[in-house]
Ligand binder design. Structure first.
Ligand code: PMP
Length: 422
């Protein structure tokens, strides 16, 4: 079989560091909208990929990339309108004085830069993040992104606070969580100050996507923000997952959660698959970064990347995709809430980002979550799982998802749950 040949070649050539999804990996050859086609012609519904934000291979984004690539591609050390037109369109969508843009190629680089911006702005070194998040793969952000202790142990200037959790809420109840979270951040700040590192900043995804999108409510962060402001640290909002309208009610996650970040980082959906990412901050933060570190990124902000990113913004507007995320997201959540199985502990959603938490007697049902993902793949629906024990089903499709797609997804979920013992 061709798949087996590809698997063997990958193992030989790529080694263990490029793993695939699924017991039977899927071989994809084409994509359009919310669909992918396998080499054998089989169609899959993509309920997972937030990178193909406006739909796989969207013709306007493809054309923008192709036209610009055929005209000019170079770096940001020459004058070019592309980065300026895009930057103006982007910062117009951000409040809180977030007026200046630095472009990178990946979310990891953007977060790495954001950490150094916080250090430059505060003159301090220490960072706080949750203990079950992911912010990327550079050496610096990897320390905020793994549950595996780095070689030599956790660096002393990094503190990881327990993430909010809907199955085992901090402080013992969902009502107590916001204060309990703020209390652990306050303690981490005190430890950083006592150790001499000082507190530079707190990095978070405002919907706690990689933590499994625990059901925190708008305003959850208010007590924590007060603690951080009193200590003088920066708040970095990692918008790689919620940004660009996915959550429907708001264009950005921090606007939904209700706080004013000092730095915002962007990635994944920004170029619909073209590698483009960025950092937005206030001018004085940008100036402090320049002075303390200097920066150049060979590919970041090149004219082709800017053309891709600009086309994405235009398509979101012209096709009403934020509104679609709100409407179809509500319909999706309704469908998920109609699922009936004793292992379903909670279903929740924000626009086109939804989660189904599986538990048995209050404990994560990780094995069964894996079984559902595999069963769905065999039924030609691609989705994933997330959470501290990988026990939360994750549904995060391109924003062009339709009612019919939801109906098909729910039918297949019903069939997949039907064979899972209670
Ligand atoms: N931040 C978050 C919240 C992410 O989920 C990811 C990637 N999954 C990143 C940053 C890193 O982005 P990239 O893979 O583009 O480096």
């Amino acid at each position: 079989m061709m798949e087996n040949d590809l698997i063997a070649r990958r193992a030989r050539l790529l080694g263990p560091n490029v793993p695939t999804f699924y017991e039977q990996p899927v071989h994809i050859t084409r994509g359009a909208g919310a669909y992918l086609w396998g080499a054998n012609g089989q169609r899959y519904l993509d309920a997972y990929n937030n990178v193909a934000h406006v739909g796989h291979c969207h013709p306007r984004v493809v054309r923008a990339i192709a036209d610009q690539a055929a005209t000019l591609n170079t770096h940001t050390r020459y004058l070019h309108e592309g980065i300026l037109d895009y930057g103006e369109a982007l910062v117009a969508r951000l409040d809180h004085g977030l007026d200046q843009l630095l472009m990178t190629c990946t979310g990891s680089e953007a977060n790495d830069v954001a950490l150094r911006m916080a250090q430059a702005a505060t003159g301090k070194r220490g960072f706080i993040a949750t203990d079950n998040t992911y912010h990327g793969n550079t050496t610096a952000v990897a320390h905020l992104s793994t549950r595996r202790p780095p070689i030599g142990g956790w660096p002393d200037h990094i503190r990881r606070v327990p993430a909010p959790d809907s199955l085992a809420p901090l402080g013992g109840s969902l009502d107590a969580q916001p204060q309990a979270f703020a209390a652990s951040v306050a303690q981490a700040i005190a430890e950083l100050e006592a150790s001499g590192h000082g507190f530079a900043g707190f990095m978070l995804c405002p919907i706690f996507a990689n933590e499994g999108m625990p059901g925190v409510a708008s305003g959850f962060l208010d007590p924590t923000v007060a603690v951080i402001r009193a200590a003088g640290g920066l708040i970095i909002s990692d918008e790689v997952q919620p940004g660009f309208g996915r959550i429907g009610s708001d264009f950005w996650g921090h606007d939904w959660l209700g706080f004013a970040p000092d730095v915002v980082t962007l990635g994944k959906p920004m170029g619909n698959g073209h590698p483009v990412a960025g950092v937005v901050a206030r001018p004085e933060v940008m100036a402090a970064f320049r002075e303390a570190f200097g920066y150049f990124n060979t590919f970041g902000g090149n004219p082709v990347s800017c053309a891709a990113a600009m086309a994405v913004l235009q398509v979101i507007d012209d096709e009403g995709l934020q509104q679609n995320a709100a409407e179809i997201g509500a319909y999706l959540l309704q469908g998920l809430q109609s699922l009936d199985h004793p292992l379903i502990a909670d279903t929740r959603g924000l626009g086109l980002f939804a989660a189904i938490e599986l538990a048995r007697e209050g404990q994560p049902a990780s094995h069964e979550a894996g079984q559902i993902v595999e069963a769905m793949r065999n039924r030609h629906v691609l989705m994933g799982r997330v959470g501290r024990a990988q026990h939360i089903l994750k549904i995060r499709p391109p924003l062009v998802f339709s009612r019919q797609d939801v109906d098909f997804l729910i039918d297949q979920l019903n069939a997949s749950f039907a064979v899972i013992p209670a």
